[in-house]
Ligand binder design. Structure first.
Ligand SMILES: *[C@@H]1O[C@H](CO)[C@@H](O)[C@H](O)[C@H]1NC(C)=O
Ligand SMILES: *[C@@H]1O[C@H](CO)[C@@H](O)[C@H](O)[C@H]1NC(C)=O
Length: 431
């Protein structure tokens, strides 16, 4: 007889398994069960030229044992209007997961740094591959967020809230870091968004440490409460804004195949550390941002001004690529991830706006193309060395740019998962 569990008809699954053609996506009819919620970050205020780089802890988030299916975001004002990037540039937003003790009641969060004091919580980082907590987020994009697809196809999802993974006495929480720059009236809007230190009149970082003279721009110069240079005499009102984020999810069930989140950084280099007990060890060194120098004038004539940055790194555990997307800043012209044999795993290309309205701002990256390989068709083998390439148009200099690549990787395909379940547990108990 038919054994119905949720929406799944087992004999169909068995049939597909026997045919050996996993008709992916047809096992799980979860479309009708997808839940969606819109949340707002705490309010932040920005005046012309000002910057916020804040960490908001314990933000609103769907609770329970669920699978996230998409995560979208944008900046809005109090009336709910979408704010264009040429007014408020969304440098980045990052959402991270952490475990917080139920017994710590006082909350003295350092709004500048992520979970420095372990009383506040312990970051639950993604699957890698940068050092320590660097780029440990689950979700995050920048100016491109309105035009970048984040949906995870069925039957895959990002598993969160599994009670078995939350240590006794702790709760799962989420934080968001929002870094936004108000460029209304700025003398040099692009310069402000690239955090050029001279425009911020900054020579020491937010903790008062001197910035080395060859550091021309980047995160050290556009910290929380810093101020970018305005046109002489420009005045404009302060306004209250929010990061609005929309999450889609489904309740967890055993037919959802979990995906792991990897973020590869083109500035990552492996440091070889010798450890007498374990032999040679290596450690990642992700710097998150880098400088793209301007090409020489000879090249400018010939239109050949492309800066390509490259890194090669092994991925300890492989799997099937379900989704891929790059993150670049203005000037970016694309990023490609290659396998060890030179095959293209995913190529992600920015699209630039050509108008004035939110989502189509001229000169800004308003979307990144994504990869959705047919599940099973793009496999990374365990220990495979991947090469990431990030290209920028360097007909002019760009400071504080990024070259990140997000990958969602499934360690099994649905029919394998099914097989695993059917052998380990007693789902075949038939009537
Ligand atoms: C830049 O910073 C210096 C030192 O902090 C200060 O004396 C100067 O007035 C600032 N210039 C502008 C234009 O704000
Ligand atoms: C780089 O930018 C310059 C100036 O906007 C443009 O003329 C040139 O075609 C661009 N080159 C590439 C490779 O995109």
């Amino acid at each position: 007889m038919w054994f119905v569990y949720g929406d799944f008809l087992f004999p169909l699954a068995i049939l597909l398994m026997l045919l050996g053609t996993p008709c992916l996506g047809s096992f799980v009819k979860s479309e009708d069960k997808i839940k969606s919620s819109v949340f707002l970050s705490p309010k932040f205020e920005l005046g012309p030229g000002s910057v916020i780089n804040r960490y908001y802890y314990d933000i609103d988030f769907p609770r329970g044992h669920i699978a996230i299916k998409s995560f979208n975001a944008e900046v809005i004002d109090e009336a709910g209007n979408s704010i264009p990037l040429h007014e408020t540039y969304l440098h980045h937003w990052v959402v991270a997961r952490y475990h917080k003790s139920k017994h710590v009641t006082h909350r003295e969060y350092d709004s500048h740094r992520m979970l420095q004091n372990s009383d506040n919580g312990v970051l639950v980082r993604n699957s890698g591959i940068c050092q320590e907590n660097t780029l440990g987020q689950y979700f995050g994009l920048g100016s491109e967020t309105r035009g970048t697809a984040t949906d995870i196809p069925d039957p895959f999802g990002i598993e969160i809230g599994n009670p078995a993974e939350i240590p006794e006495g702790f709760e799962e929480k989420w934080l968001v870091n929002v870094h936004a720059i108000d460029t209304r009236g700025a003398e040099d809007k692009l310069g402000c968004t690239e955090c050029k230190c001279d425009l911020y009149n900054v020579t020491v970082d937010e903790y008062g440490r001197p910035i080395r003279p060859d550091y021309k721009g980047g995160l050290l110069c556009c910290y929380d409460y810093s101020q970018c240079k305005l046109k002489e005499g420009f005045e404009g009102p302060k306004r209250s804004l929010y990061l609005k984020y929309t999450i889609k999810w489904v309740d967890w069930n055993d037919f959802i195949v979990p995906v792991k989140i990897y973020i590869i950084d083109v500035t990552d280099t492996l440091l070889q550390l010798s450890d007498s007990s374990k032999g040679l060890n290596s450690e990642h060194s992700c710097k998150v941002e880098y400088l793209v120098e301007s090409c020489s004038t000879d090249y400018k004539e010939g239109n050949g001004c492309v800066n390509v940055r490259r890194t090669s790194l092994p991925l300890q555990t492989g799997g099937y690529v379900i989704y891929g997307v790059a993150h670049q800043h203005s000037g970016g012209i694309g990023s490609t991830l290659y396998g060890q044999d030179g095959r293209v795993i995913c190529s992600s290309i920015p699209s630039y706006g050509n108008g004035n309205e939110a989502g189509n701002e001229a000169g800004y990256i308003v979307g990144m193309s994504t990869c959705y390989p047919q599940p099973g068709s793009v496999k990374i083998i365990d220990g495979e060395t991947l090469t990431l390439e990030s290209s920028y148009n360097n007909s002019q200099e760009h400071t504080g740019v990024m070259g990140l690549f997000y990958l969602l990787v499934a360690e099994q395909l649905p029919y394998q998962q099914y097989f695993r379940h059917s052998t380990r547990s007693s789902f075949f108990v038939n009537v």
